[in-house]
Write a protein that binds this ligand. Structure first.
Ligand SMILES: Cc1ncc(COP(=O)(O)O)c(C=O)c1O
Length: 398
């Protein structure tokens, strides 16, 4: 008889054989411009710490004070006894920051998509009539999973293509009860930006609900306030999803938008009903982070200056940086083996930047993804660029 766990051993072996096994590195220090990784101090271009706040004293102090006052855990789900005044204070502060009527804090950005989508669309219990989600082809995995979980029909529209969105709505909406359009704001593999104004106009024209996931736009676009501000659409989207784990430097997810939408999702979202509230330390650090970003717009300027400087440096080497419009700079290499060898050599020379290959990005489009941050100095960037050049020469890329 075979062991019932053999399928896992076989799959792990296959991942190893096909060089798709993910070797997970261990961080031996806090997330910052420089980090100790697997015991080595390296220049870090891997984390989503856009504004350098993950290890910031103002946020750490807020977290420590919250532990003293509120303890370490809420010990309940939000709807039973887990809603602390801190959560309410955060939700008010975040709504004000985003220029929306209300917001709701959940455990993570991933969780926010699981929480928000299913209450909005699914299937009518009485009639069995299904709803429909119009989803950008390259939407994040958490949107895809949230959409699947809802039970609604998923219709994919071509990436960043408002005309295709319209075609899909015209063709499909009449067959379903109601519709929801969902797009990422900034697409994290390429750093390109959704044409939010066009998508919004199309969806509104047909009475389709609108939702944007701004995980990589918050702290980055719209002078730090996110993609909706960037397009001047504050308060107009039905649902804005956010994460506190990237530019905000902490942990947690946010669902923001019109009061009625948040009131409704609060009643229905399963992560709100069946999973405990986020910790006081995280919540207090999130409030401090929003305050800090609003008081320090120069951080956003530094992030963009760094990103432009780094991108221009890579382009000067004659290496393609794809279609990015944001501080995410993909260093396009094409072949996945080359990208992995490039990343390994960078690490050997003290620079931490990850290779991404299929299935995370399309086949033949492997790359090193550089996440620029405000935590880097000009000297850091010069060192990073010199190391990229050295590795590119050694591997015959230039
Ligand atoms: C678009 C998008 N949504 C959601 C998430 C998940 O956010 P979190 O890490 O807070 O769960 C990510 C992070 O990778 C993301 O890129």
């Amino acid at each position: 008889m075979t062991d019932k766990l053999d399928f896992m051993r076989e799959e792990l072996q296959a991942l190893q054989d096909e060089k798709r096994f993910i070797n997970i590195r261990t961080m031996d220090s806090a997330a910052d411009g420089w980090m100790v990784v697997d015991g080595r101090r390296v220049l870090n271009f891997c984390t989503n710490n856009y504004l350098g706040l993950a290890n910031h004293p103002a946020l750490k102090d807020a977290a420590k004070r919250a532990i003293d006052e509120w303890g370490v855990g809420p010990a309940a789900v939000r709807t039973i006894a887990g809603t602390q005044a801190l959560h309410i204070a955060f939700e008010r502060r975040m709504a004000e920051f985003k220029g929306v009527e209300a917001s709701m804090l959940v455990q993570s950005g991933f969780c926010a998509n699981q929480a928000a989508i299913a209450p909005l669309v699914g299937r009518d219990r009485a009639t069995g009539m299904q709803d429909v989600i119009f989803s950008d082809r390259l939407n994040h995995a958490s949107i895809i999973d949230g959409a699947r979980l809802s039970g609604a029909k998923i219709v994919v529209f071509e990436h960043r293509d408002a005309e295709d969105l319209e075609r899909q709505i015209v063709e499909n909406l009449p067959k379903y009860r109601r519709g929801l359009m969902i797009t990422d704001g900034v697409f994290s593999m390429d750093g390109d930006v959704a044409p939010l104004d066009k998508l919004y106009a199309v969806a509104e024209r047909y009475g389709v609900m609108t939702m944007v996931d701004d995980a990589h736009g918050e702290g980055v676009l719209g002078r730090g306030k996110g993609i909706v501000h960037h397009f001047g659409l504050q308060g107009q989207f039905d649902v804005e999803i956010g994460t506190l784990s990237k530019a905000f430097g902490v942990m947690g997810g946010v669902i923001a938008g019109k009061q009625v939408v948040i009131d409704y999702i609060r009643q229905k979202a399963r992560p709100n009903l069946f999973s405990s509230a986020i910790t006081p330390a995280d919540t207090a650090a999130c409030i401090a982070s929003v305050d800090y970003i609003e008081a320090h717009p120069e951080l956003v300027d530094r992030l963009w200056e760094n990103a432009e400087y780094f991108k221009a440096g890579i382009q000067r080497l004659g290496i393609d940086t794809g279609v990015t419009e944001t501080p995410i700079v993909p260093v396009m290499l094409g072949d996945v083996k080359l990208a992995k060898a490039f990343s390994a050599k960078l690490f050997e020379y003290g620079v931490f930047a990850m290779a991404l290959g299929f299935p995370t990005v399309p086949e033949g489009k492997a790359r090193i993804r550089v996440m620029n941050t405000a935590a880097h100095t000009r000297e850091d960037l010069d060192l990073g660029l010199a190391t990229f050049e050295k590795v590119a020469r050694e591997l015959g890329v230039i």
